[in-house]
Design a protein around this ligand. Structure first.
Ligand SMILES: *Cc1c(COP(=O)(O)O)cnc(C)c1O
Length: 422
């Protein structure tokens, strides 16, 4: 039997309606989740292409299937664009996402049981940098560095002394919730000293790196992993860059080590995103993200909000709510009801539990994609502050009329800023 031919809305009204509601939600809320963005229309079109029908295990010129007339040149072009964008020696564009990219790097550069070192989760690191419940912490012996208690920054002296003590095979430099720049040069000199591979995971900041708004890890690292959908603003996916000496091992680890057929529609969308990111407009976008984050930080501080490390140098802020009489989870829920979307997040040395931590995390990539600039940040801070105050008064709950009123105000506020890709 042939596949059904009617359009989605004719064939499956239930799902079509859900997609429509999600479009509306993304259009009408202040989206501050630091890992999210709005992909462009061109990226969305490539993602939704017939390439989703194609199997292509292997690499260009060395495939296990026929019909590669388009797929081979497409993947080669995507690789070329990744290399050009990041100035890398080699790129693998097949990782399904950031987590599999990281596991592939471990598979390529380490043996099971080897010692690895990464920033701990509560200090802003990522699960896949060796946290106990992750495969990266189960199959490898992970030691974790943190941040200093006084200024909440990564202490490179501690990184060095831990590296000398534990002699890791691989050191991760990367984070999901750290509002400051990473000193890749300092990490590299420590890795050199102990004979470790330095791997930067720039999942959150790859758009800033590509846009030259963050120091560049590529010259200092054996390999660099990233997602393509956060500040880089591409499709859901992963990317690995590496030195030529590791190219074979990385490619073998991704396929056949870890994955089957690459998602060719996603490969095409990655190519589009790399093209978009290699432009003066994207460099301006990356700089604007950082300016907006700083402006929002200033506006939050002016309202008496407390920020981890006292501010930001990248796309994100971590707000410490301990002076606000409300937990991060309740605050995030209340904000969501009012039309502001963000997530609860642990802060360093958090006195509360990870599921109900003391902080909220805020990222500026998505709002900046809507064309917002510094001048709108005081209004964003005012929305956040008002909802947090209201929620703190009501023990986490905000009255329906308060939430409805703020939602309406936010819808009006956002009407001047078109949401790309919708
Ligand atoms: C988001 C993130 C990942 C994982 O990406 P997924 O695509 O969600 O698997 C890996 N590392 C860091 C630092 C991240 O922030």
């Amino acid at each position: 039997m042939t596949a059904p031919q009617p359009s989605l809305s004719d064939y499956d009204a239930e799902i079509a309606e859900m997609l429509r509601s999600e479009d509306e939600r993304q259009r009408d809320s202040i989206r501050l989740i630091a890992s999210e963005n709005y992909a462009s229309r061109a990226v969305m079109e490539a993602s939704a292409s017939t390439l989703t029908n194609k199997y292509a295990e292997g690499y260009p010129g060395r495939r296990y299937y026929e019909g590669m007339d388009v797929i081979d040149p497409l993947e080669s072009l995507t690789i070329e664009r990744a290399i050009a964008l990041f100035g890398a020696e080699h790129a693998n564009v097949q990782p399904y996402s950031g987590s599999p990219a990281n596991l592939a790097i471990l598979l390529a550069l380490c043996e099971p049981g080897d010692v690895t070192m990464g920033l701990s989760l509560p200090a802003g690191g990522h699960l896949t940098h060796g946290w106990k419940v992750s495969a990266t912490g189960i199959y490898y012996r992970s030691v974790q560095y943190g941040v200093r208690r006084d200024d909440q920054r990564i202490d490179m002296d501690e990184v060095r002394s831990m590296a000398l003590e534990h002699r890791p095979k691989l050191i991760w430099a990367g984070h999901s919730a750290y509002p400051r720049l990473l000193d890749f040069e300092a990490f590299a000199s420590i890795a050199d000293e102990v004979g470790a591979h330095l791997v930067a995971d720039i999942a959150h900041i790859s758009g800033l790196v590509a846009g030259k708004a963050h120091p560049d890890p590529v010259p200092h690292c054996a390999a660099v992993s990233t997602t393509t959908h956060k500040t880089l603003r591409g499709p859901r996916g992963g990317l690995i860059l590496c030195r030529q000496e590791h190219a074979k091992a990385i490619d073998k680890a991704v396929f056949p080590g870890l994955q089957g057929g690459p998602h060719c529609h996603t490969t095409a969308a990655k190519a589009v995103a790399f093209k978009e990111a290699n432009t003066p407009e994207f460099r301006a976008y990356a700089a604007q993200i950082v300016s907006n984050a700083k402006a929002l930080a200033d506006a939050m501080l002016a309202r008496g909000m407390s920020l981890v490390t006292g501010g930001t140098e990248n796309h994100l802020l971590l707000v410490d709510l301990t002076n606000r009489d409300i937990g991060g989870r309740s605050a995030a829920r209340a904000l969501n009801r009012c039309g502001v979307e963000l997530n609860a997040n642990s802060i360093p040395f958090d006195p509360r539990k990870p599921f109900d931590p003391s902080g909220i995390r805020i990222g500026l990539a998505a709002l900046t994609s809507r064309g917002m600039t510094e001048s709108s940040m005081p209004a964003v801070a005012a929305f956040i502050d008002a909802a947090v105050q209201e929620a703190a008064k009501g023990d986490g709950a905000v009255p329906d009329d308060f939430a409805a009123k703020m939602r309406a105000q936010i819808k009006e506020f956002l009407a001047d800023f078109a949401a790309p890709g919708l």
